[in-house]
Design a protein around this ligand. Sequence first.
Ligand code: ASP
Length: 270
Amino acid sequence: MLQIIFFAIFLGLGITLVGERAKPVHHFFDGLAEIMYRITGIVMLLAPIGVFGLVAPVVGQHGLSVLLPLLKVIVAVGLACLLHVLITYSILVKTLGKMSPLKFLKGIAPAGIVAFSTTSSAGTLPVTIKNTRENLGVSHSTSSFVLPLGATINMDGTAIYQGVAVIFIAQFFGLELTFTQLLTIVLTTTFASIGTAGVPGAGLIMLTMVLNAVNMPIEGIALIAGIDRILDMFRTSVNVVGDASAAVVVDAIEKQNESDSKSAGQGSTI
Ligand code: ASP
């Protein structure tokens, strides 16, 4: 899978570098991506029925106690997401974005809530753009470049979720993870999150890639699928808030550069 992702990144770079003549290839992959999003949507519509079928016999055989570890997974993902927003994003926004974290969180809260309920960063994009422009004062040009890009490739919440999910599945099957495997998980969850589409449930599908990379049973997906919607709510909110934090940081740097070059220009005329 990693080879495929690397190849995809280089292919994308190649398409961009070739420019006009590579347009048909660009449109072809764009169309293919849309088709895959639609297929994912259809699969996710049927998923609850499949998950019900998978979970019912397990609970019937072993009782409700098998669901208890899933509650721990929900708490672990929720807590990790909260800490990521409160620590990582707040520090970034404060230090590089020169904005009070409280103002940032208040301003982006509506988009966070929409992301929580729709579980789609792509679907939330119009609200994210509106909030970052109107509440956080991010410029038009920065927000229209950073946010659509972020909604496609910046998915910290998804990476966090996949990390927790893999550890949970390993523990469930009684597998001891080596240090190298843990490192591989960090690497593959990061890449998998970049490759995850901003649509509901996409992170669960990309989880197969992470499990493959560390030679873990794919059946583990079934364990976590039943609670995926809840986990998706947390991770999508983090994904969206993360995009906005990047926009705030880039905008602050851009404005700083502009004022630096202006004052340098003024200095030279004096
Ligand atoms: N639903 C997530 C998003 O749109 C992607 C995922 O499933 O992790 O950001």
